[in-house]
Design a binder for this molecule. Sequence first.
Ligand SMILES: [Zn+2]
Length: 361
Amino acid sequence: MLVNSAISPRGARFPGRYMQAAGAIGLLGQEAGRYGKSAIVLVDRGVFDMLEQPVSSAFRGEADVVLLRHGGECSERAVSELVARASAASVDVVIGIGGGKALDTAKAAACDLRLPVIVVPTIAASDAPCSALAVIYTENGTVAYDRFLPDNPDLVLVDTALIAKAPARFLAAGIGDALATWYEADACRRSGASNCMKMPGVPLAFEIARFCRATIFEHGTAALAECDAGRAGPAIERVIEANILLSGIGFESGGVAAAHAIHHGLCELDDVHHHLHGEKVAIGVLAGLKINGDQDEFERVRDFCLAVRLPTRLSDIGIADATEEKLAIVARRACRSGEIIHNEPVPVSEEMVVAALKALI
Ligand SMILES: [Zn+2]
């Protein structure tokens, strides 16, 4: 008889559905109506005033809607407040609109309520929207823990016109996060490490990660130019798909490694706090290529980072004086036992991380 421990599956996970268009927010009521007669919509406070009218009119004749302004934090309290408001209104679907914290609050609350969730990212600064992860913060804004949810969002609805109007720095940061996806997935593929489902990815996961890198390399600079002009042109359409969908599936199903481990290490330093996730991840990608001794690829990626306004040096992310002490703190956190840096195909020591970071001073 086959025992369970003898079965070693490969896997991949996906959002239920993904839709992308300029003006897609106009479809929100119709899409919410697939799940029931009433919805609660948590809107990022930064875009609430701009979106209150378009969201309300998108629901007219489709479903009842309660709109809430997000307080700004994704904390246990923010999640339970949304759960209470949604329960009181007996809604059928939870919707989050905005940046990562508003989306994560909606995802976590929908999980507690056992209701479907729709997320509508208004920036493409990371690959979090499609994922089954919510980062929970303390009330004073430091990360408390990662909450792994059983399911990915039921629908990710992406309005490219909204994202094109957001500052280009967000799009560039999303390119940084998407840049890591291939290198980390490939590291996991070569070492046989597990993905976010605690099993190796299926071959499709690595092809999506490869396509993600090819897309940002081809369209990254043109997409930033379109974003500067506030216009959802053909390049930004491609890069938004890469930043949100391809990178989202690629990292969850392919696996993560050195770039994000070094990102976690960099976050130990107060110096980097004004820099975005994807900006720090880009430094992690460059350091990871140094660790792997791949100089040709390092130069190719560094030139790409310069072209798409991503940092290439520690001083670009606020570390003006990269002392031995600071680099040791980063390396210690990055190389903790059980950390994802050990998904790399080569054994990685703290000394190797320090040496790689010194090459980026
Ligand atoms: Zn990331």
